[in-house]
Design a protein around this ligand. Structure first.
Ligand code: THU
Length: 156
């Protein structure tokens, strides 16, 4: 028998303390909110994905009258990245939410999006930094894997 424990630490910066290297990605995530189709929830989510080659691709939540057809911002951005830059690793993803023009406190990706981000990490075998951007503070997590302990991976 053995007992295992999961623990991880992350840093929460006040927004005026966030390291400058993240300014552009955070700005792009906020700009992505403009592409949100959130007619049903009125909750906008924007995501900006930084690729290893420096390119940033963006996505926003896309809702559908048949609710389960909707896609979250994170998966919109990651799917775009994979479709258009299939051989380029993902370095980071910044996520932000808003109601109307008001940025919300930081949100954390839903379960489906955690699985999707972790799957990219596993495929590329390198960590993706996750930035959870809020109205006043931003949480920076060094690997999406921390958000999904014991994630499924069939190692296909
Ligand atoms: N949403 C995202 O885009 N990302 C998440 O990680 C959580 C939720 C979207 C789905 C839906 O369009 C809206 O937020 C409200 O749930």
């Amino acid at each position: 028998m053995k007992k295992d424990t999961f623990a991880f630490s992350f840093i929460e910066y006040n927004n005026d303390e966030v390291p400058a290297l993240w300014y552009n990605l955070i700005e792009k995530a906020k700009m992505s909110l403009g592409g949100s189709n959130s007619d049903y929830s009125h909750f906008k989510v924007g995501a900006a994905v930084l690729l290893e080659n420096g390119v940033v691709v963006c996505g926003a939540n896309q809702e559908n009258v048949s609710f389960p057809c909707s896609t979250c911002a994170e998966r919109s951005a990651l799917n775009y990245a994979r479709s258009n830059y299939p051989n380029v690793n993902v370095t980071a993803i910044a996520i932000v939410a808003a109601r109307g023009d008001e940025i919300e406190d930081s949100i954390s990706p839903c379960g489906l999006c955690r699985q999707s981000i972790v799957d990219v990490e596993n495929r590329q075998q390198s960590c993706i930094t996750v930035l959870l951007v809020g109205k006043f503070a931003t949480r920076i997590i060094d690997s999406a894997g921390f958000l999904l302990p014991l994630a499924f991976d069939a190692k296909i």
